[in-house]
Design a protein around this ligand. Sequence first.
Ligand SMILES: Nc1ncnc2c1ncn2[C@@H]1O[C@H](COP(=O)(O)OP(=O)(O)O)[C@@H](O)[C@H]1O
Ligand SMILES: [Mg+2]
Length: 255
Amino acid sequence: MDNTVVHVKNVHKIYGKKSESQFHALNGVSLHIQKGEFVGIMGPSGSGKTTLLNVISTLDRPTQGTIEIAGSDLTRMDQRKLADFRSEQLGFIFQDFNLLENLSIYENIALPLSLQGVSSKKIEPLVTNVAKKLGIEQILTKHPVAVSGGQKQRAAAARALVHNPAIILADEPTGALDSKNAKGLLEAMANLHEQHGVTIMMVTHDPFTASYCQRILFIQDGQLYKEIKRNNNRHDFYKEILDVLGEFGTSHGIA
Ligand SMILES: Nc1ncnc2c1ncn2[C@@H]1O[C@H](COP(=O)(O)OP(=O)(O)O)[C@@H](O)[C@H]1O
Ligand SMILES: [Mg+2]
């Protein structure tokens, strides 16, 4: 059985029109992500990480190349199909939680399903189930203002997962958290991957955050630079990540 969830084939992204000054942000990137993997994307500031995440998440289109997710070729879909695809097959976790303050945690998690028109009767067990996986069953009736940053981000993770997407895409998910809450979120994400086979791709500049991944792709100047896999304990992987970041030199800010 083919377990490929994401297949990026020779993707280029050029910003700017032909008549203007152009910038080649992605320069022939190819990668695979298998079902159940927890993959990190790292690289210096300006290397193309956000651009890569945006083309995979259907928020932007590549200039050249193809992207397949769960067997569908995104580059062949029109905007309407892409919007449906996004809401059914993708889950997002952003740096700043993006929870709606007027809704309870329960309602926030339920939102992707409510928007798809799923009945509240069907929604209830799905929300309870993901809340359990993320350890936030006890805060479902609260509003975002009444819970910690770490709990908000776990609620955001639950919302990303509730419709059982093919992949969760996370952009600096620990960026707004203190170290204790960051650790709690990362352990929850690692648990989703290890215990529940959830597929996650995460962009981060932070080596500690990245050390929770199983595999890391480093990009530089819009191209794949190196790939490392975690086959030892997390602490050793962390040191390995620092070594690769060191190769980018101090002239590059890592962001
Ligand atoms: N909309 C845009 N128009 C022109 N250049 C852009 C645009 N978005 C990003 N870039 C350029 O593309 C390069 C890669 O950007 P980005 O993917 O945001 O890098 P990263 O997330 O790794 O810091 C950068 O040099 C950036 O200035
Ligand atoms: Mg970026």
